[in-house]
Design a protein around this ligand. Structure first.
Ligand code: FPP
Length: 252
């Protein structure tokens, strides 16, 4: 059976979403391999990222078609600033190009965009575009599209801890009220379900500081394919693999 048909049948069967057999509610993707793809094709790394953006468009569209609730994409980590000026500039330009070309369609489809990460360090033009995308789609009720830009998982946790400490200092919170749930409420993803499935392309098997808290019970799939070559069919296969996993959350 074609992977996509199987997925549709799984949804129609109304399988429980948080146990084995269903679609994930929240998918996170580390889009890795743009540089190696570019090298393989004797192209610039910037061209690799541009090709990767094409994959990104297809994957977002497909996630929305499947009715998955949340999709989190790692677009630019706090560590990525250490790349060459040329590569950083290319990625920053891609962010502008992506929102210029996609925002109308995403908004029409009811996608709600949220940027994970510290926008303060970004150039003014990018900051403005990202804020506008968040503002414009704030009331939408469809797919929740989280794009991590200047994001680090440890920085996110430190930020949450700081906010909680400030609340304690102001007398609004008792130290014993700092629970796992309270911490979760101070993360960028507050109000969203935990990540169910994390996909990292290119064969690398690392979390690389992505959604550390949210991935506590995530299932991992590591396709060998480089991100620019990653297809909707391969995505469906990863979703099917997730459907076959038995999730015990530490129980028996
Ligand atoms: C990792 O590949 C990928 C990135 C650091 C950037 C991912 C960004 C995009 C796909 C597009 C930009 C995003 C938006 C929202 C428009 P790598 O360069 O580390 O690959 P390598 O390990 O093969 O060198």
């Amino acid at each position: 059976m074609e992977a996509r048909t199987a997925l549709r049948l799984m949804r129609q069967a109304g399988r429980p979403e948080r146990e084995s057999g269903g679609l994930p509610r929240h998918v996170a993707i580390i889009m890795d391999g743009n540089g190696r793809w570019a090298k393989k094709h004797r192209l610039s790394v910037s061209r690799g990222h541009r090709q990767g953006t094409e994959t990104l468009r297809e994957i977002i569209r497909h996630t929305d078609d499947l009715g998955i609730e949340c999709l989190s994409l790692y677009a630019f980590s706090t560590e990525n600033w250490s790349r060459s000026d040329e590569e950083v500039a290319a990625l920053m330009q891609l962010i502008l190009d992506f929102f210029a070309s996609e925002i109308d369609e995403l908004d029409e489809k009811g996608v709600r965009i949220l940027i994970l990460g510290e926008k303060g360090r970004l150039p003014e033009a990018q900051r403005r575009v990202l804020l506008e995308a968040e503002e414009r789609t704030r009331e939408n009720t469809g797919l929740r599209l989280n794009i991590a830009i200047n994001y680090g998982g440890r920085a996110e946790l430190a930020r949450a801890a700081r906010e909680l400490a400030e609340e304690v200092q102001a007398g609004r919170l008792k130290p014993e009220e700092i629970t796992e749930a309270a911490l979760g409420e101070h993360l960028y993803t507050r109000g969203q379900p935990d990540v169910d499935l994390l996909i990292r392309t290119s064969g690398e098997m690392r979390l690389s500081n992505f959604l550390l808290y949210q991935c506590a019970y995530a299932e991992f799939v590591f396709p060998e394919t480089l991100w620019p070559d990653f297809t909707v069919e391969q995505y469906d296969k990863a979703l099917q693999a997730f459907g076959k996993r038995e999730r015990r959350y530490g129980g028996r």
